[in-house]
Design a protein around this ligand. Structure first.
Ligand code: GAP
Length: 434
């Protein structure tokens, strides 16, 4: 069944809340716009996304160094990076109801989204959150919450060079929170004020930038596909020169057909030597060689947008009676659920607890589920995208057919097919498919 787009978004958001993926931030106090809290399944999904990213872009590479820099950074960093002067969005105010909007996101140009009156002239609104550090409340104590993780990488460039002596090209990677005072946060976790980024700054010789730009473009596409993002909904957009960020000479945005429209999912930028030059950082590749300033290729990914793109890619309601999330097993929050057929039969429960303990020790992401009848348990697990449900029944005890002793049924989420598998083969069978 085809969805109306808004309808699909509502369904995804309601599932995410009901089943413990994502809750509204500060909900019991009426919420806080642009903030969301992740529940246990959302945390598991985010962790799987980040681990998959780490595997692809950090641990499988011999030229990548991962760091974890502080969120609060000296305000001089943001002066040098250009963010204090240029990290702005055009803010307009309605002449009648005084509501404020981002000019380029108005539904109708020049008109208030709320009351339809005209809006005033745009002014630049800086999106960085500032706070005060220490006991003195003077201008010197102002610090910013980083609006991108990238600058945490640039300011550690010299540390990495001094500790590890890499040769060009090499990269520094970081996963962490970023903060932006978005004028109009909207579309669930798509545009928020507190979010997580996974970024790489890849340092290259100036003449090599095109080669590594293409390399990382392919790597990004390959990772998206591995993760389970619906690639028929991914589009590359060559950003027009007038729309480039202040540090970029070339940017390709990877856009995704979200239920609310085609919007940026990730970005790949050629930042030239803009940042290292502004921070007065240099590099000497070979002993005796002249110092130079490397150029930078920057693949940048949002974790929260990854979550949303995955939910939208995986949501399957081809059978309206049984909507389910078709996550790839490797990123599904729960690998498998274990149930005794009946919860009031101690011998079934005992055996099921044994199987649960065995799988939990191996895979971690394993759920115990003995609520309601088996059909209901299957629906519940399908809805959160659990690839396999394992049931311990009377056959497992060898009561009905001795040949089935110590076997369980394993049910496949996508086909609904059930298979009998020996308990001692369960781990290898699941591992094979992860
Ligand atoms: N260091 C480069 C940089 O920050 P960006 O295009 O502004 O570039 C990179 O952000 C990625 O961070 C985006 O592609 C998106 O995935 C994510 N992102 C940016 N702003 C966001 C927001 N307000 N809410 C959620 N994710 C956001």
């Amino acid at each position: 069944m085809q969805n109306e787009p808004e309808n699909l978004m509502e369904k995804i958001q309601s599932l995410a809340k009901r089943r413990g993926f994502v809750y509204q931030g500060s909900e019991i106090y009426g919420g806080l716009a642009g903030t969301w809290d992740y529940g246990p399944l959302g945390v598991a999904l985010k962790n799987n996304i980040k681990e998959s990213w780490r595997k692809k872009f950090v641990s499988s590479k011999s030229d990548m160094y991962e760091i974890d820099a502080a969120i609060l950074m000296n305000s001089k960093v943001w002066e040098a990076s250009g963010h204090v002067n240029t990290f702005t969005d055009p803010l307009v105010e309605c002449t009648k109801c005084k509501r404020r909007f981002r000019e380029d996101q108005l539904k109708e140009a020049g008109k208030c989204d709320e009351c339809g009156a005209s809006v005033g002239a745009p002014r630049n609104f800086n999106m960085m959150f500032s706070t005060k550090i220490g006991a003195m409340e003077d201008s010197a104590s102002t610090v910013y919450l980083r609006p991108e993780t990238a600058q945490g990488i640039f300011v550690n460039f010299k540390n990495i060079v001094d500790s590890f002596h890499p040769k060009l090209p090499f990269g520094i990677a970081q996963i962490g929170k970023a903060f932006r005072n978005e004028i109009t946060p909207r579309d669930f976790v798509f545009r928020v004020r507190e979010f997580e980024q996974m970024e790489i700054e890849y340092f290259v010789k100036p003449d090599d930038w095109q080669k590594y730009f293409e390399y990382y473009k392919d790597e990004m596409l390959e990772w998206m596909e591995d993760l389970g993002i619906d690639m028929s909904k991914v589009h590359e957009l060559e950003v027009e020169p007038d729309d480039l960020a202040h540090y970029s000479k070339r940017t390709v945005d990877f856009e995704f057909d979200f239920p609310f429209g085609k919007k940026e999912l990730y970005g790949l930028a050629y930042r030239t030597n803009f940042d290292l030059t502004n921070h007065a950082l240099e590099f000497q590749d070979e002993e005796g060689a002249e110092k130079m300033t490397p150029h930078v290729i920057e693949p940048s990914f949002g974790v929260d947008r990854s979550v949303l793109a995955l939910l939208a890619s995986a949501y399957d309601e081809s059978d309206p009676e049984r909507p389910f999330l078709k996550f790839k097993p490797a990123i599904a929050p729960v690998v498998c659920a274990v149930s005794p057929l009946l919860k009031n039969k101690p011998e079934l429960v005992e055996k099921a607890k044994f199987v649960y303990g065995m799988l939990k020790a191996e895979f971690g992401r394993v759920m115990w589920d003995d609520n309601g009848n088996i059909g209901k348990r299957y629906r519940r697990q399908d809805e959160i995208g659990t690839p396999w449900c394992i049931v311990i029944d009377f056959d497992t005890l060898g009561e009905e057919n001795p040949a089935h002793k110590d076997t369980v049924t394993i049910r496949d989420r996508d086909t609904g097919n059930q298979e009998r598998v020996a308990i001692h083969d369960l781990i290898s069978k699941i591992k094979e498919q992860l």
